[in-house]
Ligand binder design. Structure first.
Ligand code: AKB
Length: 315
């Protein structure tokens, strides 16, 4: 590794990127982290560059300008939005990945992070305690792009020695930012509605259990994987990552402990079918064994923190 780490975050405005940037700035110093996205987000603090990740020369320009040594590639069209335009989703998700892999290979980037997702699993995988090496037959284009992406990052590792690391994220829940276009988005929106005293309409059935993870755990997992010594990172496709699994009915019951009159109705739409194809619970023993992963937040911890933080935000 170079002595000074210089990080480029592609997709810095997204749900995860906007929080991860802060953690990376804290770790490496604000002058050593470059955020990039299609537009500048109001209030962004630090170095920011407008860039389209399908444009390889532009990403190359940033890598040269800032002497980048690590890239976090977070830009993607997610599961639900992806189904509105499957070919465009494939094109964008794959093109941006190829840009990152090629620029990284050509510039001897030390480490690359590629987020995968529970969306890589389909009906061919067991729904309960889904193992890391389960069969992958994703039901969405987003899932297909992540499954293909996992194979590509492994290919670059074996063929070129590029140190790409990857996690299969469950639905991420955080108070700091909003998700966009995912099937797990309801689990963030529901807290905003509860705190604002509004009724919530859920697009999934009440008994649809999905794997989720709190933002703090997500950021910690990402940094822990990226910090792990190279020889400990044994899985070069992507690691299963678990936080906590719950259904809409369970999250509602937890919220009602604090807001007993919280009104919820269920209107399942096309996202129900996507959710039904995903695991209910995830086996993340490989992550625990190889680099010591252990989640900290359960549903109660997530709920009390979300509600406290959103109350401060909306007061
Ligand atoms: C989505 O719902 O599409 C994402 C994911 C699980 O990858 N949150």
């Amino acid at each position: 590794m170079n002595t000074e780490t210089k990080v480029l975050v592609i997709g810095a405005n997204g749900q995860l990127g906007s929080v991860l940037i802060g953690a990376l700035q804290q770790k490496f110093g604000i002058d050593n982290v470059v955020g990039s996205d299609l537009k500048r987000k109001e209030g962004f603090e630090g170095i920011f560059e407008i860039a389209d990740a399908t444009d390889q020369p532009r990403i190359q320009e940033l890598v040269t300008k800032y002497k980048i040594t690590q890239i976090y590639h977070l830009a993607a069209i997610l599961s639900a939005r992806g189904e509105e335009n499957p070919l465009l989703t494939w094109d964008i998700n794959m093109k941006t990945l190829f840009t990152v892999l090629e620029v990284s290979r050509l510039n001897n980037i030390d480490r690359v992070f590629f987020p995968s997702s529970i969306a890589v699993f389909g009906t061919g995988a067991p729904l309960d305690n889904t193992p890391n090496n389960a069969y992958l037959d994703p039901a969405t284009v987003y899932g297909m792009s992540k499954a293909a992406g996992e194979n590509w990052v492994q290919y670059y590792f074996f063929k070129y020695g590029l140190d790409v690391r990857s996690l299969r994220y469950p639905g991420v829940i955080g108070y700091q930012s909003l998700p966009g276009g995912g099937t797990t988005d309801y689990a963030v929106d529901i807290y905003h509605k509860a705190v604002l005293g509004k009724e919530f309409t859920c697009f999934l059935k009440e008994d649809t259990t999905l794997p989720m993870i709190f933002m703090q755990d997500t950021i910690r997992a990402t940094l822990e994987l990226m910090d792990a010594p190279k020889e400990q990172v044994k899985i070069r496709t992507s690691y299963n990552l678990a936080g906590i699994s719950f259904s809409p009915a369970e999250i509602v019951a937890e919220i009602r402990k604090l807001y007993p009159d919280f009104k919820v109705n269920y209107k399942p739409d096309f996202r129900q079918e996507i959710a039904a194809s995903w695991p209910k619970t995830i086996d993340d023993n490989a992550a625990a064994r190889d680099w010591g992963w252990k989640p900290e937040y359960n549903l109660e911890g997530i709920t009390t923190t979300m509600i406290q933080k959103l109350k401060e935000k909306y007061k």
